[in-house]
Design a protein around this ligand. Structure first.
Ligand SMILES: Nc1ncnc2c1ncn2[C@@H]1O[C@H](COP(=O)(O)OP(=O)(O)OP(=O)(O)O)[C@@H](O)[C@H]1O
Length: 420
């Protein structure tokens, strides 16, 4: 569906991510709906992310019924817009507790999407439940949000000896990506495994304990806890995705052959034309502290966490102690402002930004709530650290998560390390 420039109007906001807002677009000609992802041209990061997404989606255009369809793009003097197919079913990040057969269907759709993405030489880099959207057809989900995606053949991507850029959302990031060693197709598979767990539980696979979590993912031998209601088959499937050795993780092709997914067959979901999926309706399976600077807070989170793990401490600690919060971040202002306006239907808070220091930049497009109990916006820019929603937040791991000393690792993060 092509949407001619200026022949559409902006409807209600349906989502907000780190790098932009998503609204319903309504075609003037026939009232048809689509989704419009918008970035302000004043925010270089947002703009870059959206331009990247446009580039990637153009290259993937209509190639899979399990990838959100690209309809076009346009711009105004102040904003850049990406037009997408509207997926009204919400994301799978909050579906915990649904029928296992439905999860298998979602898991199958997502591997099919990933297989297509990988076959085009693209690493998605941000596979997580909130980027997997349900369409109008029961059992079918589509992969969205290609803002962090990369072509593996890009020089920047290949030139890993000089520069390593890890992108994504920390709780879903593969160990090698957290360590800044590599981020390839295999890293998407790890994130996929975390997402399947998320589908079972409705919460991220790892509990969100900020720097501790980064350490655990990157430098321990631990795996995320598997949901209790996962069968042996499901556990085996997750083992194939969540292998700490990237080379031993299964590819999409292999995963599609795994008995956990095999009952979800192509005969059940017609793939001959992308459109036909829209007509398919049934799945029939056989089966704190005193006032502190941001950098000192981050450093203190790392202190004492990594006894006996000097390289790990160095890696997380160095990143943490050499970053600064941009207090004037648009994202912060936006989040506070939007959260007070319930009628705007904003699903998530977003960004605080960390900028370059001596060749090391750690961009965390997420909110780190450096707030006291005061509701005054100005006060919220200093003093204690707490979960932005006052507690365990979105992590959903209950009391065990605690609300304090927490980086929100549920949102997207870019880690850039330059070696001189
Ligand atoms: N095509 C779509 N149809 C319906 N809703 C959508 C669509 N695309 C995005 N959304 C909604 O908007 C939210 C934010 O979109 P998206 O994840 O693409 O933005 P982002 O800035 O890249 O986010 P993130 O910080 O999670 O990486 C999604 O979680 C979803 O709720």
């Amino acid at each position: 569906m092509e949407v001619e420039n200026s022949k559409w109007v902006r409807g209600k906001m349906i989502g907000k991510g780190s790098y932009g807002s998503v609204c319903v677009g309504i075609r003037e000609s026939d009232g048809g709906r689509f989704a419009v992802k918008t970035a302000s041209k004043q925010s270089l990061q947002s703009l870059e992310s959206l331009e990247n997404e446009i580039k990637i989606l153009r290259s993937l255009s209509s190639s899979s019924p399990f990838i959100v369809e690209y309809y076009g793009d346009d711009e105004t003097t102040s904003h850049r817009n990406l037009h997408l197919e509207y997926l009204p079913g919400g994301d799978v990040a909050r579906i915990g507790g649904v029928d296992v057969e439905l999860i298998r269907s979602y898991a199958w759709c997502l591997v099919k999407a990933l297989k297509e993405v990988h076959s085009k030489g693209v690493v998605h880099c941000d596979i997580k439940g909130s980027n997997v959207l349900a369409g109008p057809t029961h059992g079918v989900v589509k992969l969205a949000d290609f803002g962090s995606s990369k072509f593996v053949n890009d020089q920047e991507f290949q030139d890993q000896r000089c520069k390593i850029v890890s992108r994504g959302s920390p709780l879903w990031m593969a160990p090698e990506a957290v360590r800044g060693e590599a981020q390839g197709f295999e890293s998407d598979i790890w994130s996929y495994g975390c997402t399947v767990i998320e589908m079972f539980t409705g919460v991220p696979a790892w509990q969100d304990n900020g720097a501790r979590t980064l350490f655990k993912i990157g430098y321990s031998s631990e795996l995320p806890e598997y949901p209790k209601n996962v069968s042996e088959l499901g556990r085996d499937f997750l083992d194939k995705c969540l292998n700490r050795n990237p080379e031993q993780r299964w590819s999409c092709d292999q995963l599609l052959q795994h008995p956990f997914l095999v009952p979800v067959t192509v005969s059940k979901i017609t793939e001959s034309t992308p459109r036909s999926i829209l007509d398919w309706n049934n799945l029939d399976f056989s089966d704190d502290e005193e006032e502190s600077t941001p950098s000192s807070l981050l450093s203190s989170w790392c202190d004492g966490l990594f006894e006996g793990e000097s390289s790990a401490r160095d890696r997380v600690g160095k990143l943490a102690s050499t970053v600064m919060v941009n207090w004037e971040s648009d994202g912060w202002e936006e989040v506070r402002c939007l959260r007070s306006k319930k009628e705007e239907e904003v699903s998530e808070g977003t960004s605080s930004e960390y900028s370059d220091f001596e060749g090391v930049s750690w961009t965390i497009p997420t909110w780190i709530n450096l707030s006291s109990s005061s509701n005054d916006d100005n006060d919220e820019r200093s003093s204690s650290v707490s979960g932005a929603d006052g507690g365990g937040g979105r992590c959903g791991h209950g009391d065990s998560c605690g609300g304090g000393d927490m980086i929100d690792t549920t949102e997207r993060i870019n880690i850039e390390i330059w070696f001189k």
